[in-house]
Design a binder for this molecule. Structure first.
Ligand SMILES: Nc1ncnc2c1ncn2[C@@H]1O[C@H](COP(=O)(O)OP(=O)(O)OP(=O)(O)O)[C@@H](O)[C@H]1O
Length: 619
């Protein structure tokens, strides 16, 4: 993803996971930013690093103590029980025990606080991520697929979260073990020390190469998993359509293809891992064989003790694991830099719809909504969707908007709460340009009942009170009454506390639409827009809703967008929109008298069959 892709350029449906690896400079600044985030928890970070340091240092004592214990055991065998040699052996054993316990305790502290820092950083990032997603514009959500966002919020976030424990702490651990350990070994016996460390460069190199190879396949794997999430997201979201079209087999094949792509890569990753692990094992065992051979010669020659040889071998065993994990550390750095770069680009993305610097709250006085020569073009669209839209609606007035599909009716509705910003002209409410007032106050003043009757998987009550969670029961009941839903709800065994199922699955289409109407009424908005939101409601119920809402509509502007003329023919003003322009306007009677497009639509929909002209009847 690049900033431009988020902020502006519209590649609809383009994957979020296409990002190439970050440049070195960018990667480094990302890592520094993660470190800064981590340092927001200075105490935990300090405790973790100090514990890691102490645990690693204590671990270095173990080979020495073991070597000494072996030599002392030989002394006991030569001198017999109860001698000073036996005392010395007991002391060494006790020291070994204490060192092991202390090392265990510090390792526990290292793991505990290390995880805590990672989880806290992850939590903060997750919060920032979700907050940002909530604030990004509709254009962003038009463009970026939900599956990609899920991948970003899970996998990428994890890559950053784990950086502290798998990246930074390993630097400390390896630094102490290899740095101090190498010094101790070489200072004890130069040749044996060098031989003991001979496997380190090869294993470190192989481990890093393996992890970098795994990482590049990981990036591709992540993209493929992102595709898999998309397929699953679409399949589950559209499960009813899939069933209705008996398209299960097609969907399964689609899923299988996406899954196979991911699986092939996962298998490739296993191959890389297995072949490199064998090479590393071989190199370690070869180095051990060399140390045994040379060390054995020295023992036989009496140049070193058996305990000293055991010390070298034990040290090698201790060292091999962190050296093998060096690649993981390299990977952790690389992963955190890529994931972090992606995540931070999203977090830093400029909000194209946000409060102007000097934005003030919208103040409603007379409740006049005005469109002044408004033009609009969707980002990336070849031509304007709306041009020269002008109209005014006063409080208590109802405006009907009608027109062929795709003519721009919903787009008009979406401009009022600033889901999108106008490209030219202005929209004002009581003389205040909506682009200059705070989004919060604007969206409280504008209620849009959308075509898509989305409900949350919670109770009816919570769904109605969604925009106003502290609302009293009486207000919730009143909104339901306006929407002609109250009688149905109180007939349910659990009444208002009935849970509506996933996205309202247990309700009919009409009930869902009425519930979303009630939800918007709860806001008591100054401008209330019905965007084709009564299509699933029968004409009789719609009439009752209109009658019930008469009083409610008295002190607000109501905009009704509908294909059904009976829904809007009573409006004070009707706008006929075609090709993004208002081509006819007036009351029902005026438009009928005009004999234009509205009239033709009326003849088609409402005029009694017998009265229709022959041509219209034929149409
Ligand atoms: N998010 C979007 N991004 C790009 N183009 C869009 C977007 N939404 C709508 N369009 C296009 O804008 C035009 C107007 O769409 P709009 O939804 O406003 O029409 P409408 O009159 O409400 O249609 P309908 O009656 O079918 O709901 C259409 O050509 C549509 O393809």
């Amino acid at each position: 993803m690049n900033t431009q892709a988020i902020g502006g350029a519209p590649e609809r449906g383009k994957s979020f996971a296409h990002v190439a690896e970050a440049s070195w400079g960018k990667g480094l600044s990302t890592l520094l930013r993660i470190v800064r985030m981590t340092l927001r928890h200075p105490w935990q970070v300090a405790i973790t690093i100090v514990s890691t340091f102490i645990a690693a240092t204590l671990q270095l004592f173990i080979p020495r103590l073991l070597g000494r214990a072996i030599d002392q055991a030989q002394g006991v065998m030569a001198a017999g029980a109860g001698t000073a040699a036996e005392h010395a052996l007991w002391n060494t054993a006790l020291t070994l025990l204490v060192v092991s316990i202390l090392r265990g305790l510090f390792t526990m502290a290292q793991n505990y606080y290390g995880e805590a820092v990672g989880h806290q950083t992850g939590y903060e990032l997750r919060l920032a991520f979700y907050e940002k997603i909530q604030r990004l514009s509709f254009s962003f959500h038009d463009r970026v697929h939900t599956g990609d966002l899920i991948t970003l919020g899970l996998l990428d976030l994890d890559g950053v979260r784990m950086f502290f424990s798998t990246g930074i702490l390993r630097v400390v651990l390896l630094g102490v073990l290899i740095g101090v350990g190498a010094y101790l070994l070489i200072s004890t016996d130069l040749v044996l020390g060098l031989l003991s460390l001979s496997f380190v460069p090869f294993v470190a190199w192989r481990s890093s190469v393996t992890q970098l190879a795994l990482r590049s396949t990981w990036l591709t794997l992540q993209q493929r998993l992102s595709v898999l999430s998309r397929v699953m997201d679409e399949n589950l979201g559209g499960i009813r359509v899939v069933r209705a079209f008996a398209a299960q087999r097609h969907e399964l094949e689609k899923f299988d293809r996406a899954k196979q792509d991911a699986l092939d890569l996962a298998t490739e990753r296993v191959d890389i891992r297995v072949s490199n692990t064998s090479a590393m094992n071989f190199s370690f065992l070869a180095a051990m064989g060399l140390v045994l051979w040379f060390g054995g010669q020295k023992v036989i020659a009496g140049q070193i003790s058996v305990g000293t040889l055991a010390q070298f071998l034990t040290f090698m065993t201790i060292l091999q694991m962190p050296v093998r994990q060096l690649g993981l550390m390299v990977n952790s750095f690389a992963r955190a830099s890529t994931c972090g770069t992606r995540l931070f680009e999203l977090l830093d993305a400029e909000l194209d719809i946000q409060d102007a610097p000097d934005a003030k709250d919208l103040v409603i006085t007379d409740g006049v909504l005005r469109f002044d020569n408004v033009g609009f073009r969707y980002a990336g669209a070849g031509r304007a969707t709306l041009s020269g839209i002008s109209f005014e609606a006063r409080s208590g007035e109802t405006i009907g908007i009608v027109g062929p599909p795709g003519s721009g009716k919903s787009t008009i509705a979406h401009l009022i709460p600033r889901f999108y910003d106008v490209t030219s002209g202005a929209i004002t409410i009581d003389g205040q340009d909506i682009s200059k007032v705070t989004l919060q106050s604007l969206r409280k003043a504008v209620g849009v009942v959308q075509q898509d009757a989305f409900l949350f998987t919670t109770s009816i009550e919570n769904n109605i009170a969604y925009g106003n969670p502290w609302a009293r029961e009486t207000r919730i009941g009143q909104a339901a009454e306006y929407a002609q839903l109250h009688n149905y709800i109180i007939g349910l065994p659990a009444g208002y506390t009935t849970v509506v199922g996933e996205r309202g699955a247990s309700l009919s289409g009409g009930q869902r639409q009425r519930l979303t109407i009630a939800r918007s009424l709860m806001l008591r908005p100054s401008v209330l827009v019905f965007d084709d939101s009564t299509a699933a409601i029968d004409a009789g119920t719609e009439q009752r809703i209109r009658a019930a809402m008469k009083r409610f509509a008295r002190d607000r502007v109501t905009l009704i967008i509908s294909h059904r003329l009976s829904s809007l023919m009573h409006a004070d003003q009707i706008l006929f929109v075609e090709g993004g322009r208002i081509v006819e306007r007036g009351t029902h009677e005026e438009l009928l008298a005009l004999g234009g497009r509205y009239r033709a639509l009326y003849d088609l929909q409402l005029r009694p069959e017998d009265d229709r002209p022959a041509a219209m009847g034929a149409a």
